[in-house]
Design a protein around this ligand. Structure first.
Ligand SMILES: C=C(O[C@@H]1C=C(C(=O)O)C=C[C@H]1O)C(=O)O
Ligand SMILES: [Mg+2]
Length: 469
């Protein structure tokens, strides 16, 4: 945890420089101020004029917080495998923030030193060409960050002071901040990516994989395996994350919206699934699995909802996630509360079975400890976990990259939130890959699972400019 200082900024900067020399290691100076109202997308867009390729955006599903980062002051990254990558990043983060100098009036959640980023779904799967640039865990401490929490707006400026005194001066950073704020007061505008065409990758092979997996599940050797596939979307011009975010923001108010630019690519999406949220001692998680279409009118929609709630195959798919999340959290969380029956979560294109999870954990417990225990849940991996992951590698024949992995943030005060990066895609210049999967159980039918993936592609297809309603 960090200690907040209420000194003036020049003194804090000098103190950080001296400390960097003393410990012979970079020291973060993080300055937080309340600012006037800023539009998140305008800030993101303004950030792109100076820091294109180094931005992120996060908006949670409850509309309690938005975080928009521009530039990078420090990267936390790990090429370690499995659980080790979470522990390695956690260790570096703790060390980094324990030396940080923070100038702020209060410990506002989501301000000051904060790391945003994601983890690859499967660290045991080799990195494909499309995902180069993203490590097993890639988190970024931004240079400038806008935090919107309820009605309040905060701006964080992070300066890393180096032992040899090189690096940007305080005056340079403050000047750059003022320029950014001025540009952010202009409305966001973006280029349209032009003509769009889409190509399903290995659709027939995917249906065959569903059959193969169903045959194995019927023998009882496993209970559930989530199989995903991808579509390649091409454009006549560059598809920018500004354009896609603007659409996601308007079209998916009930989802977590995220974007993470890295080395010429951008991982972006609007997912309904929370992996874990930590707010002081309070822990929230979500079981989300089991799906059905939305109806054309209210009556049909309610009928489909009832059908989903009563459907044995979907209830089973869902229950496996509930059992696994209960188990994963039971060691660290007290007062776990998980309702016995799921409810419906209705999104624009699809409805899901949903069970909210609540609990408490010591304020000092790191959110990454919980992420490590939860990921991958059977909502995107399977049961048993290890066997299901092996089947995914064999059958999918693709690299999910960060799709279905944990994406989110953590601050230095013990708060944070990670979502499961579903309904997402990777933007790469004039093309994009979008990903969707389904929980396969012994009673799955390949054609209806295929239709389910089509529904799950829709939010990204629409945000990419597809002319879907
Ligand atoms: C795997 C995805 O979604 C997951 C699978 C679901 C299902 O099979 O019913 C429902 C929600 C998610 O847990 C995806 O959107 O790509
Ligand atoms: Mg399903």
């Amino acid at each position: 945890m960090v200690t907040i200082q209420k000194t003036n900024i020049d003194q804090a900067y000098d103190a950080a420089l001296v400390k960097a020399q003393q410990i012979n290691h970079p020291v973060l100076l993080s300055m937080v101020e309340e600012t006037g109202v800023l539009d998140p997308l305008s800030f993101y867009h303004a950030g792109g004029r100076v820091f294109k390729g180094e931005r992120f955006l996060w908006k949670d599903r409850d509309q309690t917080i938005s975080l928009i980062g521009a530039g990078s002051s420090y990267d936390l990254s790990s090429s370690m495998k499995e659980g080790e990558r979470f522990f390695a990043i956690e260790k570096e983060w703790k060390r980094f923030i324990s030396d940080a100098v923070v100038v702020s009036r209060e410990e506002w959640p989501g301000t000051g030193p904060l790391a945003f980023g994601g983890f690859r779904f499967d660290s045991a799967n080799p990195v494909s060409e499309e995902w180069t640039g993203f490590n097993e865990g890639s988190l970024r401490i931004p240079r400038y960050m806008l935090t919107k929490a309820g009605e309040a707006n905060y701006l964080t400026v992070n300066v890393v002071c180096l032992p040899d005194g090189s690096g940007p001066s305080l005056q340079q950073c403050l000047k750059e901040r003022d320029r950014l704020l001025m540009m952010a007061s202009e409305p966001a505008s973006h280029e349209d990516p032009g003509e769009m065409s889409a190509e399903d990758i290995r659709p027939l092979e995917w249906k065959q994989s569903v059959r193969n997996v169903v045959d194995r599940l019927k023998t009882g050797e496993m209970e559930k395996v989530v199989l995903a596939r991808k579509t390649k979307v091409s454009f006549s011009d560059e598809v920018t994350s500004d354009f896609v975010l603007d659409n996601l923001w308007k079209q998916q108010p009930d989802s977590f919206i995220f974007s993470f630019e890295q080395e010429g690519s951008c991982f972006i999406g609007a997912t309904p699934e929370r992996l874990v949220k930590k707010d002081g001692e309070e822990i929230l998680s979500t079981c989300l699995a089991g799906s059905i279409a939305r109806g054309r009118d209210l009556e049909e929609d309610e009928e489909l909802g009832r059908e989903l709630l009563d459907d044995e195959k979907n209830r089973y798919e869902h229950q496996l996630v509930v059992d696994s999340i209960r188990q994963a959290l039971s060691d660290d969380c007290k007062r776990l509360s998980i309702p016995d029956e799921p409810q419906l979560m209705k999104l624009k294109d699809i409805q899901h079975l949903y069970t909210p999870v609540k609990g408490t954990a010591p304020a000092g417990l790191s959110i990454l400890t919980l992420v490590e225990k939860l990921h991958p849940t059977p909502a995107l991996g399977g049961v048993p976990r290890k066997e299901a992951m092996q089947v995914i590698r064999e059958e999918e024949q693709m690299d999910r990259g960060l799709y279905a992995g944990p994406v989110g943030w953590m601050d230095a005060y013990g708060n944070g939130e990670y979502a499961v990066a579903l309904r997402s895609g990777l933007l790469k210049g004039d093309h994009a890959f979008i990903y969707a999967g389904c929980g396969i159980v012994a009673h799955s039918d390949p054609d209806s699972e295929f239709k389910e993936t089509q529904m799950k592609f829709r939010p990204m297809q629409r945000a990419l400019g597809g002319n879907l309603i």
